[in-house]
Design a protein around this ligand. Structure first.
Ligand code: ARG
Length: 585
């Protein structure tokens, strides 16, 4: 079904006529005292048409055919057009919404999206640094699919690089097999750190590590075997975490997968004159086609602009992260024919992405694929410094998830001392993991945020438990009155609303289909978080103002339907963020 916003936009477009490229849009009003929706189109058009915006707004209103939907539109401020929906419009809209499988979300023009996210590194534990990429990427994938896009999720695991020289050497010399059997990743982390220390003080060790790397790169069977085993052990760990989190990848193609294409990639860049030799290495420099300020191949210091090339082959002939990313994009374009590739990583990689996107454009100028680097800030401890354990180590993701579930379990036990342990454990998983995900998705992604157990597990405020609890409380109404699905779907009387709180809730519900498509514009799931919070609040106000089970017909059926649809939108919205809902808590 169409959203109210879409319907109004169509009507407005008809009234405006030729807009000369000006976008004719309608927004839901920030301040509902003056209306439900608002358009600034008259102000946008005033300049090109050399007209007074308020007079133009008057002209547009005269041509607007919205009498069946709204009161007469009003002009406000410098020339805003305000729309106030008629009660009958909201009742008709809600009647359709209550039985709409898609909860009012229109399908958009389907595009093919590759989402590259999470992408942890082999032989290292997944840690707090992977949280944001993993949750953001998963939420974007879920939202993209629900909107009707074809989404390919790809985990670009870090499974190649110089660290494997040290790891192969350490595996052969200092590995503790028993420790490896018990906790493989911790043992791999231990031997890597120990080897690193040895290499710092002993140059013979460093040479030996380099020799192991050369052997690995030239296909030595023993080292390849060790390397494969390290990947296998790491993948087991990753999979355990992803399955706990309900996260799925369509493909997991690590960096090493692209090794066969690296030489050709570099050769093509040299061939086309995009990369050139510099101190024995091959680099891409600015071609002067982009203004200095936006040019990723230039940086400014006190003496002015100077070169900051992208390295695609080191002086020793080895490829690097950039080379791999270039080979990867070529592969993805061939295999998935994407309209867009979305990369989710932390903000420190911005230059890398700006550079390699620019190299790709020069290499394949005919390619229309849209490239997006969705970057995010850091997670901080309550002291405002990077989030660490009490002993100062990086926080392992598995430990963090354990703690989340444990803490949630305590909170639930306090509220429900008689709940059987098995049930409590199930609910604690949903609440604990949901709290961590939501706390991560709520802040605007480009800022840093402070990790606070207390805040994220609170039942008050903009938190997952608050939203889950709103859902649970609605479900409890239906349980209490023993009302099943069919009764809600086939109400005793036609929908009828009279109270302001009912209309306010319908208007909020109608925004679900308006907010969701806008999330992918700038890759911001936090818009969904904020929407769900507003919806839960609107339900709360409704519930305070309007009795449900004790009301007479037709109010009772209508309010039950309103409650049911709210519960569905809350559950669906949370699901799109990768968060579950319990039936009790
Ligand atoms: N493994 C990398 C890291 O941990 C992230 C990879 C992101 N994806 C990409 N195509 N570069 O920093």
């Amino acid at each position: 079904m169409q959203t109210i916003q879409q319907i109004l936009e169509t009507k407005l477009r008809d009234a405006v006529g030729e807009s000369g490229g000006v976008l004719v849009t309608v927004q839901s009003a920030q301040d509902t005292r003056f209306g439900d929706y608002q358009s600034n189109v008259a102000m946008q058009l005033a300049k090109p048409r050399r007209a007074n915006p308020r007079a133009l707004a008057q002209e547009i209103i005269a041509k607007l055919d919205v009498a069946d939907l709204c009161e007469t539109p009003e002009i406000a401020g410098a020339g805003f057009i305000n729309f106030r929906l008629k009660p009958a419009t909201l009742i008709a809209y809600f009647t359709a919404l209550a039985s709409d499988e898609r909860l009012g979300v229109p399908t958009v023009l389907s595009r093919r999206l590759v989402i590259d996210f999470s992408s942890p590194n082999v032989a290292k534990p997944m840690h707090v640094g992977h949280i944001r990429s993993t949750f953001l990427g998963d939420a974007l994938a879920r939202i993209g699919r629900f909107l009707g896009h074809t989404v390919f999720t790809d985990n670009h695991i870090g499974d190649w690089g110089t660290q494997f020289g040290m790891l192969c050497l350490a595996w052969k010399t200092i590995l503790n097999k028993d420790a490896l059997a018990v906790d493989p990743i911790s043992e791999l982390e231990r031997i890597y750190k120990a080897q690193n220390e040895r290499c710092k003080t002993d140059s013979a060790q460093l040479d030996a590590a380099r020799a192991e790397l050369v052997k690995l790169q030239s296909g030595d069977e023993e080292n390849l075997g060790i390397w494969r085993e390290m990947i296998r052990l790491s993948q087991v760990q990753f999979d355990t975490i992803y399955s706990r989190l309900g996260i799925h990848f369509d493909v997991t193609l690590g960096e090493s997968f692209y090794n066969p294409w690296l030489k050709d990639t570099v050769a093509a860049l040299v061939d086309k004159g995009i990369a050139r030799e510099s101190d024995g290495a091959l680099c891409v420099f600015s071609d002067g086609s982009v203004p200095e300020k936006e040019n990723p191949f230039l940086i400014k210091d006190e003496n002015g602009w100077k070169d900051s090339p992208a390295l695609v082959q080191k002086a020793d002939g080895a490829s690097n992260y950039t080379t791999t990313d270039l080979a990867t994009i070529a592969y993805r374009v061939r295999e998935f024919a994407p309209d867009e590739i979305i990369y989710v990583t932390d903000g420190r990689q911005q230059l890398h992405f700006r550079q390699f996107f620019a190299v790709w454009r020069r290499w394949q100028p005919a390619s229309a694929v849209k490239l997006a680097h969705v970057w995010f800030g850091s997670i901080l401890g309550e002291d405002g410094k990077p989030f660490k354990t009490r002993s100062g180590d990086t926080v392992k993701l598995a430990d963090l998830l354990d703690e989340a579930v444990e803490r949630a379990s305590k909170v639930i036990a306090e509220k429900n001392p008689d709940m059987p342990e098995a049930e409590r454990n199930e609910i604690a998983k949903i609440i604990g993991l949901g709290a961590v995900k939501y706390a991560d998705l709520l802040p605007s992604r480009q800022g840093d945020y402070v990790f606070s157990w207390e805040k994220m597990l609170s039942f008050q405020g903009n938190t997952a438990p608050y939203l889950q609890n709103a859902y649970v409380r609605i479900r409890a109404i239906f349980r209490k009155a023993d009302i099943g699905k069919s009764e809600i779907r086939n109400p005793k009387s036609a929908i009828s609303f009279t109270e302001p709180a009912e209309f306010a809730l319908v208007k909020k519900l109608a925004q679900f289909g308006e907010v969701l498509p806008s999330i992918l514009d700038d890759y911001r799931p936090n818009l969904l978080c904020n929407y769900l919070f507003e919806l839960a609040n609107a339900y709360h106000s409704f519930y305070e103002a309007c009795p449900v089970l004790k009301a007479d017909e037709p109010a009772r059926s209508s309010r039950l339907a309103l409650s049911d649809t709210t519960a569905h939108v809350l559950a669906k919205g949370l699901d799109l963020l990768g968060i579950g809902v319990p039936e009790r808590m």
